[in-house]
Ligand binder design. Sequence first.
Ligand code: ADP
Length: 639
Amino acid sequence: MSVETQKETLGFQTEVKQLLHLMIHSLYSNKEIFLRELISNASDAADKLRFEALAKPELLEGGAELKIRLSFDKDAKTVTLEDNGIGMSREEVIAHLGTIAKSGTADFMKNLTGDQKKDSHLIGQFGVGFYSAFIVADKVDVFTRRAGSPASEGVHWSSKGEGDFEVATIDKVERGTRIVLHLKSGEEEFADGWRLRNVVKKYSDHIALPIELPKDPISSQEHGEEADKPAEQEWETVNRASALWTRGRTEVKDEEYQEFYKHVAHDFENPLSWSHNKVEGKLEYTSLLYVPGRAPFDLYQREAPKGLKLYVQRVFIMDQADEFLPLYLRFIKGVVDSNDLSLNVSREILQKDPVIDAMKSALTKRVLDMLEKLAKNEPEQYKQFWKAFGQVLKEGPAEDFANKEKIAGLLRFASTQGDDGEQSVGLADYIGRMKEGQDKVYFLTGETFAQIKNSPHLEVFRKKGIEVLLLTDRIDEWLMSYLTEFDGKHFVDVARGDLDLGKLDSEEDKKAQEEVAKAKEGLLERLKGALGEQVAEVRVSHRLTDSPAILAIGEQDLGLQMRQILEASGQKVPDAKPIFEINPQHPLIEKLDAEADEDRFADLSHILFDQAALAAGDSLKDPAAYVQRLNKLLVELSA
Ligand code: ADP
């Protein structure tokens, strides 16, 4: 054992302690994945070294053959994983193996319930990484040295995975990282060549670096500091050791695609779909894009990782290259490997390079095609996709004008056809079942499905058997300001403007409406007088069958949802006056028309107006006045 200096004991960040606890308790049924996680890190470390060595070849220190070695010691009950990648400095060890850098982690941890079943579900959204070593080990030693640092700046990190860890400076001759797992009692099965080999084949076959195991799997000795060095160990590569995306599509099995996904996405579960393409011609690149099965916990965090892993001619260049896909597809994971970009490409160059624009539009189309296929061929899986990422996809029409129609086709909505509010209706479905004479797509926005499914705005549609999309996501009204048509059919907000049902109303209907409007001119004038400044206009409605009155939004005015969003963000919203529409057939309106007492007429008008606001999901400006008026009427009734 070499001499240890500058030894100190440090506490784990609270979130690490929580993660450790959660992991150990929720992953015991899947414990072999620790090896996948550690190998994944070792492979990333090799990628990083290769990248940094492009500019500083001396980092390779003569040893350019990057690899991972896995060994074990049955007697000592240890498993050792060694890489000759980038390694870590003392500061890096403390930062990376003592804290979690992901933003939003503390909030995520607050969601833990203590119920192991529920929590084990959550860990999948988080990813486990290095700390998964503690699923099988009750002590972990890490020996590491950063490439380019002198041998005297090696670091030894050691922890039992409880509250703290130790770091010390050591001598380490070989560049890179060696991790020694001291297996818990009961986990000795991993100190076995066959077991390790199987786990590597199962989860890490796709790793592009060679993963070597001792040739004789029975009598391995680890070559740790103190182990007696066995006479020249012979090593054997057990994985395929070629970059998966460079292979032909037909050569790669589904399981391999799935395991590779877990490596690039740091996810835990299988993806829903993937698309692997080699492009030749003017541009040459290979892309492998995945649709994850569920949203990561930090999907809506501004700094959450997004983008693809960028390689240039098989050399890793950077993680989170977010120039290759638009923001509304930020949930897509994967790899892009370009033959056109230069090896010393930087983020700044990426932002300006026209090659990137061309790739971005091609990759965007690939993703949209992949989603279309998923929707068509795997409706259940598409449902799952929609639940996880539908809200993000809804940002698409505003961001990506060129693909608006394609994105619109992927959207799913609740409608009056269903009673559970599930977002399952596509625009093509809707158009497919439009009524004869219908040439518009009708929709209504609101706060919740329960609140709008019985809205008076739907009365005439129900009567005529016309489907209406019911949009209740916060983003919907905003979305609909960008979506004006699909497949040549215009969208119409049924709560907005002067509802014209076009051919859905017969000539007789229209004539009758006009006559009624004429006949009620006097009443409309009186109402206008009574309601005064509160309304923009009073008119006879074509929307109602059962309710006495309704409020419509002016054609150009902000709807309720947008108003609430803007108000919540502290912006001043211009006061928009609604249009008050009445149903002349309703007995209350008939009564109102016959009311000779102007005071009572005014009270009743205000009550009808306030009720219409309530039915639209709005709150009353003066609720006490409403209650007073209503009570006055009730008293008169019972007198
Ligand atoms: P993640 O890989 O998701 O970032 P981990 O907890 O697995 O999270 O690892 C944390 C960090 O520790 C890595 O991002 C990397 O910087 C560093 N690290 C882990 N293993 C190695 C290794 N074998 N060589 C160099 N750095 C490593």
